[in-house]
Design a binder for this molecule. Structure first.
Ligand SMILES: [Mn+2]
Length: 506
């Protein structure tokens, strides 16, 4: 494939605000300009960004329904009711399960978890799983990173004497499921000011609130108060893996969570770092994204996600090491399968003029492992810079994984195709869907039309955002050191990029 053309977008310097920020905070004008480029324009905001502190976290009680959820969970703790945490098989879902299980076990609740099988059960709640959960005598079901789409299953649970608390960060459907309580900052009437938490960020807010509530009740008078900072290794893992903006609370979680990951004594993290070749490393977001997270994900892709949850929950180092080495092996297998599918998919696109000239990529095959199509869709969307859907067919039914490009809201795009889909869910950049095989050609055409209508020609040329022009003389080690204060980098806070345009070679 040819080198893709890119648009160089150099930010206009805002000298007035630069001066103000650099005087107030004692930072260089370049650092100030990078902040301005990230929409941080007043001294207070800038101070909070540059010096993240746990004291800046918002009160979890601002979350709609938090009080109601707390009361129900506390009743379950005190009356020793059976609680099940229902998760998801990706890193966000698994870390969310680990956070809640670990905390609730610290307070001696009767709690266990259920993670659906990625292949045989799929994302979200399903009725067979709920029947199993019901037959165990479960009284309280807490969903993490899922649930908001599952109207029918939640109706079933509530009718069968199970109270359901949904904690989810996905987009809100038109009709809310009839759960006991729903925690999701995106829902109408929720005053929690930060809307872009990962699932694990919501789970973490829930345990902060629980700890406080239990304190008010005198629960900790004769028991050690859990140190929630120690949970931030898990929160950072899920937050980075879920590719949410690293701003506001997510920035705080990741900043402190990376330190926890570096020093963690949690057996699962120790074992995971060891098989990833990161035993004594100072952990960065890149190491989480490319080495730790894929291994946690590996279990959910090819077999059952339970292994990864057990890894993060166990207190036994030997058990953790055994699980970690299995995950490491599965991750290698996953990479091989993934490479085969990528090669095949690229062949399909490039050997077909009709496909190549389209603005979208939608491919389907019965031979593609449904556990890895999401990763393949991301790779293709990035490489061809087009909204992409990869579909794995099984018995005439397709399961699809979709990824988008800047400027195109995937979930809204799929809403426009709802008539052709059996189901779909997700957000701006990533979504999942199910489709009847015979509707795929119709979907290919309609989706193409919607994308064409929404985006202009220019939108298909990726942008390079340049923070400022500098002279080569400015590029010193000291300068690079000063930029460190802006880390951790990630979505919505990319690594600063500079250019120098008037160069002459002498
Ligand atoms: Mn998630």
């Amino acid at each position: 494939m040819q080198m893709m053309k890119k648009r160089w977008c150099i930010k206009e310097p805002d000298e007035g605000t630069q001066r103000l920020l650099s005087q107030e905070l004692g930072i260089s004008t370049i650092v100030a300009q990078v902040l301005i480029n990230r929409e941080i324009k007043d001294a207070l905001q800038a101070h909070q960004f540059l010096f993240p502190s746990l004291s800046h976290l918002h009160s979890p009680l601002m979350m709609k329904n938090m009080e109601k959820a707390l009361e129900r969970i506390i009743k379950a703790i005190f009356e020793n009711e059976k609680i099940i945490i229902y998760g998801d098989y990706d890193v966000d879902g698994i870390t969310s399960v680990a956070v809640l299980i670990t905390f609730l076990r610290e307070v001696n609740a009767d709690v266990s978890y259920y993670i659906p099988h990625r292949l045989s059960e799929g994302y979200g709640l399903n009725s067979e799983a709920l029947e199993k959960i019901s037959s165990l005598g479960t009284k309280l079901l807490i969903t993490v990173d899922c649930g908001i789409m599952d109207f029918q299953e939640i109706t079933f649970a509530q009718r069968n004497g199970i109270d359901v608390i949904i904690t989810d960060h996905h987009e809100i459907p038109d009709v809310l499921p009839p759960a006991y309580a729903i925690l999701n900052p995106k829902q109408k009437g929720c005053n929690f000011p930060f809307k872009s938490l990962a699932g694990v960020g919501i789970a973490f807010n829930l345990i902060i609130a629980l700890r406080t509530k239990l304190r008010d009740m005198g629960f900790w008078n004769n028991q050690k108060v859990p140190n929630l900072k120690e949970y931030l290794d898990l929160v950072a893992l899920g937050t980075i893996a879920d590719i949410v903006p690293l701003t506001d609370e997510n920035r705080i979680f990741v900043k402190f969570g990376l330190e926890e990951l570096t020093n963690s004594s949690r057996p699962g993290i120790v074992a995971l770092k060891k098989v990833s070749g990161l035993k004594d490393a100072v952990i960065t977001p890149g190491m989480v994204g490319f080495r730790l997270a894929p291994r946690i994900n590996a279990a959910g892709r090819l077999s059952k996600g339970d292994d990864s949850a057990r890894l993060l929950i166990t207190k036994d180092l030997k058990e953790a090491e055994d699980i970690a080495s299995v995950l490491d092996l599965e991750n290698t297998q996953r990479q091989q399968i993934e490479n085969c599918i990528i090669e095949e998919a690229k062949g399909l696109v490039e050997n077909n003029e009709g496909l190549l000239s389209r603005k979208t990529i939608i491919l389907a095959s019965p031979d593609w492992h449904p556990g890895v199509i999401g990763i393949v869709a991301s790779r293709l969307a990035e490489e061809y810079y087009k909204p992409t859907v990869m579909i794995s067919l099984d018995g005439g039914i397709g399961k699809g994984s979709a990824r988008s490009i800047e400027g195109f809201h995937l979930y809204e795009g799929l809403q426009g195709c709802a008539d052709l889909l059996k189901g779909f869910g997700g957000h701006k950049y990533a979504a999942g869907l199910t489709i009847d095989g015979k509707n795929i050609p119709g979907f290919q055409n309609l989706f193409e039309e919607i994308v064409k209508k929404t985006l202009s020609e220019e939108d298909f040329i990726p942008r390079i955002r340049i923070d400022a022009q500098i002279t080569l003389r400015e590029l010193t080690e000291e300068f690079l050191g000063k930029l460190e204060i802006l880390s951790p980098f990630g979505p919505s806070n990319p690594e600063p990029t500079f250019c120098s345009s008037v160069l002459s070679i002498s």
